[in-house]
Every structure is written in structure tokens, then in C-alpha cells.
Design a protein around this ligand. Structure first.
Ligand code: XMP
Length: 317
């Protein structure tokens, strides 16, 4: 009979047996999965776990600082790496979505690998892989076609020659959240929406620049904070803003503007495999649109994405 408490108890014991006194490295993303994996491993092996959190320059507004602090508060042994410039430099001028994913994935591996090698005698790589990641990456990387390359599965172990430990591999998202609650992880962290590994890099359609990143961060923060303050955040499985490569005409005072468009996206889902757009209240959408257009320089038009998955995907790239 599966319960979160029994899962924690047996998994902590299994991790102790499997890992002994070995050193383990884990990449944290700020998301639910890697955070739960981190706390679970910390419970099993304590300071033999080193966590690495990389700022790839494609995170949400204030995400790096906020998340780093909450990990430190949870007692995790965590190293924060500011690699923004490296990612931005390598992404300059690249417009193809798969190319962008590959660059982001490769850079992440390089940065992570460099940090991990600073740890003496590290033997294991831990990953917060959950069951849907396993099935999606098998199906998308099959012989027929590569739809999207999820960089959080695969890649690292071959390069680093580490053994892999994935304590959440058989769990679905809701089970991961329940395990997290059993581990006393804060509600705000456990209730966080999923966020893609390539981050805002795949929500900026076309080429990525630091200016576009900060424009999108501002719009995204307004939308996400708005969902929270209107009590809508927990009703939504995932939400975000896409910066479109579309400029259009507008007026601001007496001036004609020719600026950018963003699309708001909010979906319900259980595992990300299928999704429905959320019927957000019109009053809320009106407020978000006004706030984004008034406060974020460079954006003069806001649209709402009313496409379901399938055939649309949650992300636009
Ligand atoms: P799609 O866009 O395929 O997304 O409907 C399904 C879920 O996966 C996330 N996603 C990614 N996560 N690396 C990730 O780690 C990726 O390359 C990637 N692409 C999409 C997406 O945010 C949604 O939760």
C-alpha cells in the first residue's frame, strides 16, 4: 500500500544502502522534482550530497536568488553558479528551436561538469527524473521523429562517467508533491508550476538576447504574481508568457509605436502529456493586459493562447 511516508522511509533506506559513504552530485532546477530529490538524498546521505544550481540567464525574474536562499534554508549543501553570459553568448543569433535547446543543454552539461569535477571523488549523479520524463523522452527520441529533446534526461552521465541515481523515477507529479509534503518542504515550493529546462530560451521565439530576456521576465512576473494574488495560481497546472517575433502598430499618448507582442498561456493538465487552456476570468485578463502594456517597455500588445494539447504543445517552441 503506497503512502508518501512509506515511500520516504523505504527510499531513504535504499539510498543509504546503495550509496554508502559515496559522494553524490545533483543538479537543482528550482522545480519540484529536483527539490524533492535533493531533500530526500539529503535525508539519506547529508553532506555527501552536493547540489549545483546554474543560472543559465533564462530563469524567471529573481528566480536564482530566491531559489538559492530557499535551498540554503532547507539545509542543502548547494553551490550557485552564475553562467548567464556563457549561455547568452552561445545563443546569440540562433533562431531554430531545436538548435537553441541543444545549445542550452550542452552548455548546462559543460557548466555542471566543471563544477562537479571540483568535488573530490564524486561517484554518483542524482537526477530528479520522474516517470513522465522517462516515457516522453523514450517516445520523442524514438526512430520516427525527435519532437523535442528534453535535456534533463540523458547527456550528463556518459560525459561524466558517473553512476546515476534517480529516486523519483517511478513517480507521477502528484506523488512527487505528496512525497515533498511528507518531507516538510514548503507549500510554495511544492505548488510551483513546472518550468522547462531551457527556460525562457524557448519562450522567446526567434533569437535570444539579454534585453528580450529581461522584457519577458517582467511580463512573466506580472502574469505569475497576478495569478497568485487573484487566487488562480493553484488552479492552473502551468502558466507563462511567450515573447513573439511579431511587432505591431500601437499608440502611446500622441506617439505611434511599433513594438512587441506577448502571448499569455495558462493550461490545466495532470502530467503535461495533454493540456487544456484555462478559462481565465475576463477581468483578470484585462488587468494583466493593462499592467503588462503599461509597465513593460517594448510590449504594446497582449494575446491569450486558446489552444489545447494536442495538437498544440504547451510551449511554443
Ligand atoms: P510541451 O511543450 O511539449 O511541454 O507540451 C510539455 C511539458 O514539458 C515542458 N518542456 C520541457 N521541459 N526541457 C524540459 O525540461 C524541454 O526541452 C522542454 N520542453 C517542454 C513544458 O514546459 C511542459 O511542462
Amino acid at each position: 500500500n503506497w503512502t508518501p511516508d512509506s515511500f520516504v522511509e523505504t527510499t531513504v533506506q535504499e539510498l543509504k544502502d546503495q550509496l554508502g559513504n559515496d559522494k553524490v552530485v545533483l543538479g537543482l532546477s528550482g522545480g519540484v522534482d529536483s527539490s524533492v530529490a535533493g531533500v530526500l538524498l539529503n535525508k539519506a546521505i547529508g553532506k555527501n550530497l552536493t547540489c549545483i544550481f546554474v543560472d543559465n540567464g533564462l530563469l524567471r525574474k529573481n528566480e536564482f536568488e530566491d531559489v538559492l536562499h530557499s535551498y540554503e534554508d532547507m539545509g542543502l549543501n548547494v553551490i550557485g553558479v552564475d553562467a548567464r553570459k556563457k549561455f547568452w553568448d552561445d545563443l546569440a543569433g540562433v533562431t531554430d528551436p531545436e538548435q537553441k535547446r541543444k545549445i542550452i543543454g550542452r552548455n548546462f552539461i559543460e557548466v555542471f561538469d566543471e563544477e562537479a569535477h571540483k568535488i573530490q571523488d564524486v561517484k554518483w549523479l542524482a537526477q530528479g527524473t520522474i516517470y513522465p520524463d522517462v516515457i516522453e523522452s523514450v517516445s520523442v527520441n524514438g526512430p520516427s521523429a525527435t519532437i523535442k529533446s528534453h535535456h534533463n534526461v540523458g547527456g550528463l552521465p556518459e560525459k561524466m562517467k558517473l553512476k546515476v541515481v534517480e529516486p523519483l523515477k517511478l513517480l507521477f507529479k502528484d506523488e512527487v508533491r505528496r512525497v515533498g509534503a511528507a518531507l516538510n518542504i514548503k507549500k510554495e515550493l511544492l505548488g510551483r508550476h513546472p518550468f522547462p529546462g531551457p527556460g525562457l530560451g524557448i519562450r522567446i521565439l526567434g533569437d535570444v538576447t539579454p534585453e528580450k530576456v529581461s522584457m519577458l521576465q517582467e511580463a512573466d512576473a506580472i502574469f505569475i504574481n497576478g495569478l497568485k494574488s487573484w487566487g488562480l495560481y493553484d488552479e492552473v497546472w502551468q502558466a507563462g508568457v511567450m515573447l513573439l517575433p511579431v511587432q505591431s502598430v500601437g499608440v502611446m499618448g500622441d506617439e505611434r509605436t511599433y513594438e512587441n507582442t506577448v502571448a499569455l498561456r495558462a493550461v490545466t493538465s495532470t502530467d503535461g502529456m495533454t493540456a487544456d487552456w484555462v478559462h481565465l476570468p475576463y477581468d483578470f485578463m484585462a488587468k494583466m493586459s493593462n499592467e503588462i502594456i503599461n509597465k513593460v517597455r517594448g510590449i504594446n500588445r497582449v494575446v491569450y493562447d486558446i489552444s489545447s494539447k494536442p495538437p498544440a504543445t504547451i510551449e511554443w517552441e
